[in-house]
Design a protein around this ligand. Structure first.
Ligand code: NAP
Length: 242
């Protein structure tokens, strides 16, 4: 079995790669930083008897995605889309380039590559697609509604993809990590009780793939938190500073 990871240099993807290798998956690592991926490849190959290939991939280079996927051999059995960009929300409100980068990375880039993967898996009538979205997409908040709206789009896309591909025997898993201690959240004060570690996220994703789960809230408390947040009436919600 071969697993392809997009955004392979992210802290969550690195933990996932190690976890999948322990479970004897061969790996295809796709990302922008070849140096980091080269180190990860040799580290995993030394520790586990699996094949690891690395590929340069940029989520924002949409026009090259079809040719990029065409050259991939073998085609993967599992695809996990991990890349994402939190960005600087305040800057993005003034700077369209920053807004566009947030939307392009988290939504347009994901759709661009997953459309191609989905068609391949539908033709082969097999495969698993995992997308890492975010609870930030469950309701728009003043502090990060650009990132949140892109993730909301991704969550809806994955839901539609799951519905479509179910009829071809392909499974789609949506992951809602909650807070995770990674480079993305470095410098933020994260409440320990609702914050997961990358290794924990990776293990739960591997279990959720095996269990054919549809949506995974890494820490189940987040399902409850978001239920409460989603149910606050709009006339109250708009007055909060969230
Ligand atoms: N950490 C959290 O609390 C949290 C919560 C909810 C959801 N998530 C989601 O979890 C996923 C993984 O995040 P993380 O926390 O592990 O963050 P991270 O360590 O900062 O990783 C982000 C990854 O995205 C890659 N990336 C960004 N733009 C890209 C592009 N244009 N093309 C290809 N790769 C690109 C980065 O690659 P470079 O190394 O090349 O920059 C990096 O590998 C993301 O989708 C994030 O939105 C995280």
């Amino acid at each position: 079995m071969t697993a392809l990871l997009f955004g392979a240099t992210s802290d969550i993807a690195i933990a996932l790669a190690k976890c999948l290798a322990k479970n004897k998956y061969n790996l295809q690592l796709a990302g922008r930083d070849m140096e980091v991926m080269t180190g990860l490849k040799s580290n995993i190959e030394i520790q586990q008897q699996v094949r690891v290939s690395i590929y340069e991939f940029d989520a924002e280079k949409f026009d090259g995605h079809a040719a990029w996927y065409d050259q991939l051999l073998p085609k993967p059995d599992i695809v996990i889309l991990v890349f994402g960009y939190l960005g600087n929300h305040q800057k993005a409100l003034e700077d369209w380039k920053e807004s566009k980068r947030i939307l392009d990375t988290n939504y347009v880039g994901a759709v661009s590559i997953l459309n191609i993967v989905a068609n391949d898996f539908a033709n082969r009538k097999q495969g698993v697609i995992v997308g890492i979205s975010s609870v930030a997409g469950n309701r728009g908040r003043m502090s990060n509604y650009l990132y949140g709206s892109a993730k909301a789009g991704l969550t809806a896309y994955l839901s539609g993809l799951r519905n479509r591909l179910y009829h071809s025997g392909v499974h789609v898993l949506t992951v809602m990590p909650g807070f995770v201690r990674t480079q993305m959240t470095e410098g933020l004060k994260l409440p320990p009780l609702v914050t997961a570690e990358p290794d924990q996220v990776a293990q739960k994703i591997v279990n959720a793939i095996a269990g054919k789960r549809n949506t995974l809230y890494v820490l189940p408390i987040w399902r409850l938190i978001m239920l409460v947040i989603r149910n606050i009436p709009e006339f109250i919600f708009k007055k909060l500073k969230l």
